[in-house]
Design a protein around this ligand. Structure first.
Ligand code: ATP
Ligand code: MG
Ligand code: MG
Length: 383
């Protein structure tokens, strides 16, 4: 369908699901990642994948020499090498080196978004302990101390709930530069996937609610059960935010909704996102397929839901016991409208994303009812 070869930096579950979509369109995808059996490499045997770190400049150049389009499944890559390739070779980098570089530093990302009038929580640079203490005086407690770079699953965040905690917080996050963010007492967390073509055309998916546990995404409820006006506002903030960047591809936009309906943008992911897994079963075109279409400059597919309701639940690893991950999947086999996605990860670690299950149904009530035994299998003690 399209002769351009695609290269992906990173071969985890997002790369795997990109390959699933690409394979239906006869698209060729090559992966750069260290494990030879990474989730994405496992399911694409027609290509000679590259073994190496996805942020190793030499390996990125090697991949670039073999493909026409480079894209990412993770933002923590060497954006300077991407910029060099963008100017020195014929290759297209998606979304763009500038976009990846701006987004991968959360502090830069916030400054950039603010300059386009996108609402974000108040924040301040904190290069040393003294400035973190001043942030506490400015924002009050608790506030969030955040790593500017390399953050995921809340691992770069520290809730500072008193002046006495400042030093412990700085010590805990000592590996990266830090900034402080005012606490956002949200009533719900929302997310919107937005797909962008290089010419600036954007299409957004419905607003979903994300429910986190220990800062890791647990459930995604689609569509979000919120006031229509709030949903409209969230969708428009997400679209405007993505219009502000450059390049083609899919983006995940995370937001907070406050008691009074005010919306703050939390952060953007310049790639497919956990909150968009549901689109595989619940939307006309999945986030993965639309990402492929966008980066190859093909027409975008409809982002509308084709079912009234959907919920996705993540299967997280628990202390190296793979069997515990299979329990909710066994349960899902007996549940109407459930689709199981296991990522083929060999090593099970606590909190690691091992798979997910998406349920679709005729109403949110029905989906919630069908979800109950699956949640019970995940957490027998709680439900
Ligand atoms: P991800 O895995 O989504 O990339 P991350 O490590 O980049 O996560 P954030 O998205 O910044 O981390 O924060 C993780 C979670 O912490 C948020 O989803 C939200 O629940 C909470 N959180 C983040 N910032 C704030 C804030 N300013 N006020 C209150 N809660 C916050
Ligand atoms: Mg993040
Ligand atoms: Mg986040």
């Amino acid at each position: 369908m399209n002769n351009q070869k695609v290269g992906i930096l990173g071969g985890g579950q997002l790369g795997r699901m990109m390959i699933e979509a690409a394979s239906r369109l006869n698209l060729s995808v090559t992966i750069l990642d260290s494990p030879t059996d990474s989730p994405a490499k496992q399911i694409e045997s027609t290509q000679q994948h590259i073994q190496g770190a996805f942020n190793d400049p030499a390996k990125i150049r090697e991949l670039a020499s073999q493909v026409d389009v480079l894209t990412v499944e993770i933002e923590h890559v060497d954006a300077d090498v991407l910029a060099e390739l963008e100017t020195s070779s014929k290759i297209r980098v998606c979304p763009s080196a500038f976009t990846v570089k701006t987004i991968q530093d959360k502090y830069n990302q916030k400054q950039y978004l603010e300059s386009f009038g996108i609402p974000v929580s108040a924040y301040v640079d904190t290069p040393d302990v003294e400035s973190v203490k001043r942030a506490g005086e400015q924002f009050g407690y608790p506030f969030m101390l955040k790593s500017k770079t390399m953050a995921y699953d809340g691992k770069g965040n520290y809730v500072v709930d008193s002046p006495q905690k400042v030093e412990a917080a700085v010590a805990a996050l000592s590996k990266t530069p830090l900034y402080a963010e005012k606490w956002a007492p949200f009533v719900k967390e929302l997310a919107v996937m937005v797909v962008r073509r290089a010419n600036g055309e954007v299409r957004s998916y419905p607003v979903v609610e994300t429910i986190h546990k220990n800062s890791i995404c647990h459930l995604v409820i689609a569509p979000a059960q919120i006031d229509g006006a709030v949903a409209k506002k969230a969708q428009s903030i997400a679209e405007n935010a993505i219009k502000a960047f450059t390049g083609a591809g899919i983006f995940g936009v995370e937001m907070f909704v406050m008691e009074n309906g005010e919306i703050l943008l939390n952060e953007i992911a310049p790639r497919p996102h956990n909150s968009g897994h549901y689109t595989i079963e619940a939307c006309d075109t999945s986030q993965y397929e639309n990402h492929m279409r966008a980066i190859l400059d093909m027409s975008l597919g409809s982002t509308a839901m084709k079912v009234p309701a959907s919920i996705m639940v993540n299967i997280l690893g628990s202390d190296s016991d793979m069997q515990a991950c299979y329990k909710p999947c066994q349960e899902a086999l007996t549940v109407e409208g459930a689709t199981i996605h296991l990522y083929g990860k060999k090593e099970c670690r606590a909190g690691r994303k091992m798979g997910h299950i998406t349920l679709v149904g005729e109403s949110m009530m029905q989906v919630q009812r069908n979800l109950a035994p699956i949640l019970q299998a995940i957490e027998p003690d709680i439900q």
